[in-house]
Ligand binder design. Structure first.
Ligand code: ZN
Length: 170
């Protein structure tokens, strides 16, 4: 049995008692969250979000990449979000490899020419959060009025700690 069967069974159970069919598209709390895809993170639960409350944009590292910015632009301008929380986490896999290591492994495993693709590993959690906040601040496509906050979630305790934007940034 693969996950495919398990997923379908779980969904049948979910749909049996489903009660969120009439939620509007715009997030009710006008909030967007950018966080990591890490399987241990359950942002809805650790941030107290109900269905319909917020956009949750996830990728490896919880980084404000070009694609995350694309989602934030749509989130803000088309769906009315006014606040963004960037949430990194302790023990993140992105702290554990270098571009060179991953490129070399991919070349070995796939034979594909990996070139200079940047997989965006980082060495410091708080710096990565500040870089992401700055990427939002610096985007000409998002307004200065957007409220920003940065956080590091601790996978051992379940608690979040705030990371302030870099000094000199409004
Ligand atoms: Zn992570």
């Amino acid at each position: 049995m693969t996950e495919r069967d398990t997923l379908a069974t779980a969904n049948e159970r979910y749909a049996d008692t489903f009660s969120h069919g009439d939620l509007p598209t715009p997030p009710g709390r006008r909030l967007a969250v950018v966080t990591c895809m890490d399987a241990r993170l359950d942002p809805a639960r650790f941030l107290g979000l109900e269905p319909g409350d917020a956009h949750v944009i996830r990728n490896a590292g919880g980084l404000v990449t070009a694609d995350a910015l694309r989602s934030l632009v749509i989130s803000h301008w088309l769906l009315g979000t006014k606040e963004v929380a960037v949430v990194a986490h302790t023990d993140c896999g992105m702290l554990t490899f270098s571009n060179e290591e991953l490129r070399s492994r991919l070349a070995d495993e796939t034979g594909a020419h990996v070139g200079d693709v940047d997989f965006l590993p980082f060495g410091d959690l708080e710096t990565s959060v500040r870089d992401s906040l700055r990427a939002i601040r610096d985007s000409p496509l998002l307004p200065d009025s957007l409220e920003l906050s940065g956080w590091v979630y601790d996978v051992r305790s379940g608690r979040i700690a705030e990371v302030r934007e870099a000094a000199g940034v409004a």
